[in-house]
Design a protein around this ligand. Sequence first.
Ligand SMILES: [Zn+2]
Length: 49
Amino acid sequence: MKFSLLCLLCYLGFHQHEVVDVKFGFGKSGKIMTVKCKNCGTVEIKTGD
Ligand SMILES: [Zn+2]
């Protein structure tokens, strides 16, 4: 198993997010972005600006 600084950053919660999808929500929900970590593959949904 390879250990790297990037893995350490993910472990600490500092993911290397890249935007994989952007949607525009309804009303006040605004923009919905789907981001994925380039290192560990964690997908998160972010809303707002
Ligand atoms: Zn990560």
